[in-house]
Design a protein around this ligand. Structure first.
Ligand SMILES: C[S@@+](CC[C@H](N)C(=O)[O-])C[C@H]1O[C@@H](n2cnc3c(N)ncnc32)[C@H](O)[C@@H]1O
Length: 375
């Protein structure tokens, strides 16, 4: 079936997607047409389109079509086998497929069989940088509630969804829900894949040892050690994640890595010439972040370095990357005091710990590498 010309606005959460020339300061009639209104409608519809993507993943449609094209009947049979949710209603499944076609994630061949397009490929599971875990995580209870309750979190000044589940942090929640914990770890692994590559391209020759604190299942550490096998590596993590990291690192043949269980705020941290805090500092309020940085700084000598990976927001929100602005809202909803910071904010926190930023480098996903040393 040939694709019809598409005149509807693209669903997008990103303001960059269809920027209006200049924001208008005079509201005018609410019904006025134009790019600003289309952009807002695109954001509204983006929510529904996101649920379409989630449904396609939960019904295993993306992976089934990645394996081979299916006509509707065969797809319904295959969904029944793969998803464990029973055989879908073919008429409704067809409607979902139309939405996926609109999103250009799926098309149809001349025989009417649905196929995954190149645009849909990033959603296939099992790829190093698959977007599937990052899509599915928002269907998990705590993540969903946190987004839904953003307004209450702002009104009350605390992440309301954490109270709903009676946990102090999302990590405490994940510890008691192993399947969700595994999905989160997979999400971080896929998200940090390209970051790990970028970090491994830095010059590591001045270091003999590296420790990744809150290092997840070890994707970053593994890439550094694969790049430079001379390095001695240590990963420090909460017990459940540490256990998964051991398995992951063993599978990669990196058995020499030391994996330590512990709480980074209470237990002794590993000593190394290069210390990593990747996607960690932004989880915490200033006071806790300062405490963590002070603990790390105590371990550092004149020659050692701390590499922080986090997103840096601009003072001007309009010029901040959308990914950073969205991440800041995610931190707000999920972590008490969690936030993305400006470079000035991070310099201030590091300064309290006796550290100074030597330089910064841009990384994928709107993240940055900040290299800090003792002052
Ligand atoms: C956002 S993830 C980042 C994972 C990894 N560094 C990366 O960038 O892919 C934060 C990690 O910090 C770990 N973590 C949270 N609280 C911790 C604590 N108190 N002590 C040690 N690790 C902790 C979590 O288990 C999680 O894997």
């Amino acid at each position: 079936m040939s694709r019809q010309p598409d005149t509807s606005p693209e669903p997008s959460m990103s303001p960059e997607a269809s920027k209006s020339p200049e924001p208008s300061t005079s509201p005018g009639p609410a019904t006025s047409p134009g790019p600003a209104r289309d952009r807002l409608q695109g954001i509204i519809d983006g929510f529904t389109m996101f649920t379409v993507m989630q449904a396609a993943l939960k019904l295993s449609i993306i992976d089934l079509l990645a394996a081979r094209p299916h006509d509707l009947e065969a797809l319904a049979d295959a969904v029944a086998g793969a998803s464990g949710l029973g055989r879908p209603d073919e008429r409704l499944l067809d409607r979902l497929m139309r939405a996926l076609q609109h999103l250009r994630l799926v098309d149809r061949d001349d025989g009417g069989r649905y196929r995954l397009t190149a645009d849909g490929r990033p959603l296939v599971s099992g790829q190093d940088d698959s977007l599937a875990p990052g899509t599915l995580i928002w269907g998990q209870d705590l993540w969903w509630e946190s987004a839904h309750l953003l307004h209450l979190t702002i009104a009350r000044g605390v992440p309301v969804a954490l109270d709903t589940y009676g946990v102090p942090t999302p990590y405490a929640y994940l510890q008691s829900r192993p399947a969700e914990g595994r999905l989160f770890n997979e999400f971080m692994r896929t998200r940090s894949h390209s970051v790990a590559h970028a970090l491994a391209e830095q010059d590591l020759s001045r270091f003999g040892s590296v420790a990744d604190i809150g290092g997840g299942t070890g994707i970053v550490l593994a890439k550094l050690l694969q790049r430079d096998p001379r390095l001695r590596g240590t990963l420090f993590e909460l017990p459940e994640v540490a256990a998964e990291a051991r398995r992951h690192l063993n599978e990669l043949g990196l058995d020499a890595v030391t994996v330590l269980d512990g709480d980074m705020f209470a237990d002794p941290l590993p000593v190394a010439e290069l210390l990593l805090l990747c996607n960690v500092v932004h989880n915490y309020a200033d006071e806790q972040a300062a405490k963590l940085l002070a603990r790390v700084a105590e371990l550092m000598t004149a020659g050692s370095e701390l590499w922080i990976v986090d997103s840096i927001v601009e003072d001007d929100p309009v010029s901040s990357p959308s990914a950073s602005v969205a991440l800041d809202i995610k931190m707000l909803t999920l972590f008490a005091g969690g936030q993305e910071r400006t470079l000035g904010d991070i310099r201030g926190l590091l300064g309290q710990a006796g550290l100074a930023v030597e330089h910064t480098r841009p990384l994928p996903h709107g993240l940055s590498l900040l290299v800090a040393r003792r002052r």
